[in-house]
Design a protein around this ligand. Structure first.
Ligand code: AHR
Length: 356
């Protein structure tokens, strides 16, 4: 009896050691069977809540196409984390070569990611991040959302200075994106940094979930509660469209002349022509660009992993700042200087007379 128990223990130990070492190996080296016609990629997208998201989906689908050697399995999470977790588990069952996850929020994905790791499937996190503790992933490519927020905040400060606006009179409301998403957390942090640094009044923050309809609802409530508000920090363009509708329907004016009673709107993304035209008109004063074109980046990462080349764990994309005028030409955000892209009316160069 004793001998049988000992033998069983030894066999279990050998099996455990085998499993651990093979899992580790799978964690580092990526191999796609040579007879695979296509590299299969399961992509769990957040949803279709905004113009940014639609541009991002388009970028992913066209880069990870059959012509480019990929078989893309696309799943729309409809802004629900439970759906995204189900998608990850489905991809694991299907035995895809890679999982790409654009997570709706940062927390809550650790179990699913551990399951992917145990199955030996590399996971690329795209656009937003997941919390890093206990959430294994191969690498991330996306935006530095806090930096986006800090850039917009620094633009507002520079604009107030240039226009001689007393910053103590800035009464700000924040229309937030989906709570717990990196975009909401980062841009929200950026705003709080500005509020503290420049002594602005933050009247309220409410969730608009990145959609036009909810952005409008939130703004209607703000307008009823805070007649003194004069700046809206809006965490994406689609919500800004709803915000502008609500302000105009209320009889107040959207614009950049805060001293004369305008409500100044700040936003993020800068992807759609509608948003860019609103900047031209001064209805959105400044947009912190958020770049959605991650498809080619993800396909390059996959190629590097297959070829066993080194891949950065975290890569952040370069992004600009768009504004309605050139009154602010440069800003300094987190110690780095950024040029402001003027989308407003370009002034014709001054004529010089021949006699001069
Ligand atoms: O994660 C990127 C954000 O999500 C974009 O700003 C927003 O428009 C989208 O829905």
């Amino acid at each position: 009896m004793k001998v049988t128990a000992k033998l069983t223990k030894i066999v279990i130990c050998i099996l455990m050691i085998f499993c651990l070492t093979s899992c580790n190996k799978r964690d580092q080296a990526v191999s796609v069977p040579a007879d695979n016609k296509y590299i299969t990629v399961g992509f769990s997208q957040v949803g279709a809540e905004s113009d940014w998201r639609r541009a991002n989906t388009e970028s992913m689908k066209s880069a990870l196409s059959r012509e480019n050697g990929f078989e893309l399995i696309y799943m729309d999470g409809q802004q629900k984390q439970t759906k995204q977790i189900m998608s990850v588990r489905t991809f694991i069952q299907q035995g895809v070569d890679f999982i790409v996850l654009a997570p709706v929020r940062e927390d809550g994905f650790s179990t699913a990611l551990q399951e992917a790791k145990a199955a030996g499937i590399p996971v690329i996190i795209v656009d937003r991040m997941v919390e890093t503790e206990n959430s294994p992933f191969t690498c991330f490519v996306g935006s530095d959302f806090r930096l986006e927020g800090v850039k917009v905040v620094e633009w507002l400060h520079a604009y107030a200075e240039a226009e001689g606006i007393d910053e103590g009179t800035l009464n700000i409301v924040n229309v937030q994106g989906t709570v717990g998403s990196s975009a909401q957390l980062g841009r929200g942090d950026g705003l709080l940094y500005g509020v503290e640094k420049y002594n602005w009044n933050l009247l309220d923050q409410q969730v608009g979930d990145y959609t036009q309809t909810k952005g409008k609802e939130v703004m209607e409530a703000f307008l009823n509660t805070y007649p003194e508000l004069n700046v809206v920090y809006c965490e994406n363009d689609n919500m800004a469209f709803g915000v502008i509708e609500a302000i105009e329907e209320s009889g107040r004016k959207v614009g950049t002349d805060i001293k004369s009673g305008d409500i100044l709107v700040l936003s993020f993304d800068g992807v759609s022509e509608t948003a860019k035209n609103l900047v031209k008109e001064g209805k959105i004063a400044c947009i912190g660009e958020c770049n959605p074109h991650h498809g080619p980046r993800v396909s390059a990462i996959i190629t590097s992993l297959i070829e066993n080349r080194n891949v950065e764990k975290l890569s952040y994309v370069d992004e600009s700042v768009f504004a309605f005028s050139d009154i602010v030409k440069k800003i300094n955000a987190d110690g780095q200087v950024y040029d402001i892209v003027n989308l407003g009316e370009q002034k014709a160069p001054e004529q010089t007379s021949e006699n001069e």
